[in-house]
Design a protein around this ligand. Structure first.
Ligand code: IMP
Ligand code: MG
Length: 179
């Protein structure tokens, strides 16, 4: 059990569990993109560790870049999204947006809006985690590492109010301890 700010979290996925999910995703993507050079675009801050492991597992030519938005405060989405770092030029590129986790899908909807008129050759989304019980949008998430229950998680890039990103494993909010 660990504590970040006021909340307690329990171990959920080990580093081995995560690496299996990430390398399976990389293999899946390589099968689809083996004749192309995809441009991985990581959504900061949460995806920075996932992206770095994903590209190191990706056994083919690829490029990478980043965008940054703010939507979360505490353990729930605020619904308002601001752009802190905008998209690079994606004209003629095979773009793969890399997300740490898709929750409500608000961030993804915002990203799609920015991408749709930028003349990319193709656009795909890879997310390490998806909360299917919360996700209510129609945008396709092409590559999902793991579907998880609607519980707040931290570690491996994911934070609770700034803390927990450096944890190598994933931890889940412990509802009994926090009640
Ligand atoms: P959405 O816009 O509601 O889909 O939320 C997307 C962003 O919120 C993700 O990219 C994360 O940065 C953050 N987020 C959503 N769920 C969690 C969670 O369980 N732990 C930590 N961050 C989360
Ligand atoms: Mg994020």
């Amino acid at each position: 059990m660990i504590q970040l700010h006021d909340l307690h979290f329990q171990p959920y996925l080990s580093t081995e569990d995560i690496q299996t999910v990430v390398s399976d995703l990389a293999k899946q993507i390589l099968l689809d993109y083996k004749d192309r050079t995809p441009l991985f675009i990581g959504v900061l801050n949460g995806s920075f560790i996932f992206l770095s492991d994903l590209v190191r597992s990706y056994n083919g030519d690829c490029e990478m870049s980043f965008v940054k938005y703010t939507s979360y405060e505490g353990t729930s989405s605020t619904g308002t999204i601001t752009t802190d770092l905008a998209f690079p030029s994606i004209e003629g590129r095979d773009v793969i947006v890399v997300e740490d986790i898709v929750d409500t899908g608000n961030t993804l909807a915002h990203i799609y809006k920015q991408l749709e008129n930028a003349n990319a050759t193709s656009i795909a989304v890879a997310s390490l985690f998806l909360k299917p019980d919360v996700y209510k949008k129609d945008f396709k998430i092409d590559y999902v590492g793991k579907e998880i229950p609607n519980k707040f998680i931290v570690g491996y890039g994911l934070d609770y109010n700034g803390l927990g990103r450096n944890l190598p494993e994933i931890y889940q909010l412990n509802t009994t301890q926090n009640d």
